[in-house]
Design a binder for this molecule. Structure first.
Ligand code: NAI
Length: 283
């Protein structure tokens, strides 16, 4: 299947990164959110990110301008009517995502694929909200999307081979390395990662060490590019909490119980980098 035009739903940190990468790849790209001012902020972030690529000599100014000209803003699902693919990247909440999948299914052409960038929610369940479960799939990019190589591809129970192949080929075309897994809570990446992040938060909660010490030990001791608390701040603490709840509910195992300190930070609006405050202060 030839994917030429894509709509990205959600213009937050992941949606903007996905739209940027799609546009650089040469795809006609629609960036959609609930309000146009949110989309414009997303496009401004894309322009900033592309400017850095130009500064570093990884892209010419002409290539940057061409990529930006391929991105169209949207606050109306009607703009999905002529798209071959939707990649949904809104908040990690099944109720919100399922409403979007229903809307997309009702307007998109019969051949179109509906993909979700969810970190942990069941693809099979999202697919059940549509009349085309064989064309629903998980396409899980990593943060920051323009830099990170991996795309974790998740097959729902009914995902067809042709849908899988189309998304695998697209990931490669976007310069990424696809790796696939079955539809289990948290897939591979977050099933493994979030246990480490949660444990680091428990260490902080118990007063075992400061955030700086915890991150230095994990960074230099394990050769990780960043510590687990700094990584949690980058992901967004609301997203980390949602993923841990999906893991806890999905496996019924207390090892995934979110640390109370994480819940408290989220209630306070300390969501990490995106709100200016998390385990570290970014103001
Ligand atoms: P974010 O909070 O930066 O952005 C979410 C966006 O969704 C916001 O712009 C919001 O306005 C929009 N939105 C909410 N409801 C909407 C609706 N009904 N229609 C259209 N747009 C709507 O969140 P982020 O970090 O971009 O995460 C998005 C998704 O990507 C989540 O499912 C998350 O689990 C996943 N993800 C996040 C990663 C991360 O490191 N933050 C990494 C990989 C996946």
């Amino acid at each position: 299947m030839d994917i030429r035009k894509v709509i990205v739903i959600g213009a937050g940190q992941m949606g903007s990164g996905i739209a940027q990468t799609a546009a650089v790849t040469g795809l006609e790209t629609v960036l959609h959110d609930v309000r146009l001012d949110i989309v414009e902020r997303g496009i401004a972030n894309i322009a900033k990110s592309l400017a850095k690529f130009v500064e570093k000599g990884k892209m010419t100014a002409e290539e940057r301008d061409a990529a930006l000209s391929r991105i169209r803003p949207s606050d109306n699902f009607e703009n999905a009517r002529d798209c071959d693919l939707a990649i949904e990247a809104v908040v990690e909440n099944l109720a919100v995502k399922s409403t979007i999948f229903k809307s997309l299914d009702s307007v998109m052409p019969a051949h179109a694929i509906l993909a979700s960038n969810t970190s942990s929610l069941p693809i099979t369940e999202l697919a059940a909200f549509t009349g085309r479960p064989s064309q629903v799939i998980g396409m899980h990019f990593m943060n920051p999307v323009p830099i990170m190589k991996l795309v974790e591809i998740i097959r729902g129970l009914q995902t067809s081979d042709s849908t899988f192949e189309a998304i695998e080929n697209l990931a490669k075309q976007m310069g990424k390395v696809p790796a696939s897994c079955q539809d289990v809570p948290g897939f591979i990446s977050n099933r493994v990662l979030q246990v480490m992040i949660n444990e680091a938060i428990w260490c902080l909660y118990e007063g075992v060490a400061t955030p700086e010490s915890i991150d230095t030990i994990m960074k230099l001791g394990m050769n990780h590019p960043m510590g687990p608390l700094a990584l949690a701040d980058l992901i967004g603490l609301d997203t980390v909490l949602s993923i841990l709840e999906v893991l806890q509910n999905g496996y019924g195992d207390p090892k995934y119980r979110p640390c109370p300190l994480l819940r408290q930070y989220v209630k306070a609006g300390w969501l990490g980098r995106k709100s200016g405050r998390g385990f570290y202060n970014y103001q």
